[in-house]
Design a binder for this molecule. Structure first.
Ligand code: HEC
Length: 161
């Protein structure tokens, strides 16, 4: 008798635990996004993901499209570079992740017609982290350090709110 209560009890605990995991808001996972520019396996996966998905617009050498600061004749902004001459490194990890996963409009919650695709249905979270880690791995050390500080500030802010 006692044993069957025990079994029932543990089944209930496991079921509750699973339910909790499933209902965890995605923001919890996304709040802990951290790029891994120093992990060779991650960077090498990211390099492939970049070549296949991003290079066509952001450039094979991360150089961006020509005249990327000016709206094109089609009314859209061109793709900016992801090297240190662009402003990718001005944004914290979570911002870059959410923008790549959901696209700009969903991320800012406003209508903003643009040519940056959302990768929610194309890439896994790990692949998105990998591609952004690859991008970061190409920045000069001084830019990497500045980006680390931007992350530290963003993380401190998100803890306050
Ligand atoms: C079809 C072209 C295209 C492809 C492919 C593309 N992007 Fe973009 N991306 C853009 C454009 C255009 C912008 C700028 C949008 C704007 O500001 O209006 C942009 C902006 C961004 C930004 C914001 C940069 C900043 O400084 O604010 C990030 C991050 C980004 N892209 C990452 C990626 C990644 C990672 C991939 C590949 C997985 C990718 N993009 C593939 C066109 C593209």
């Amino acid at each position: 008798m006692k044993r069957s209560y025990l079994v029932l009890g543990s089944v209930a605990v496991i079921a509750l635990g699973l339910a909790y995991l499933v209902t965890l808001p995605t923001e919890t996972a996304e709040a802990s996004i951290a790029l891994k520019p120093n992990e060779p396996a991650v960077v090498s996966l990211g390099k492939q993901v970049y070549a296949q998905n991003c290079a066509s617009c952001h450039g094979v050498a991360l150089e961006g499209q020509a005249n990327w600061r000016q709206r094109g004749n089609d009314g859209y902004m061109p793709a900016p570079p992801h090297d240190e001459t662009g402003h990718t490194w001005h944004h914290p990890d979570t911002y870059l992740f959410l923008m790549t996963k959901y696209g700009i409009e969903k991320m800012i919650g406003k209508t903003y017609p643009n040519n940056m695709p959302a990768y929610e249905d194309e890439l896994s979270d790990d692949e998105i982290i990998a591609v952004l880690s690859f991008i970061k791995s190409t920045w000069p050390n001084i830019v990497k350090r500045q980006h680390d500080q931007i992350n530290a500030r963003a993380n401190a802010q998100s803890k306050e709110s």
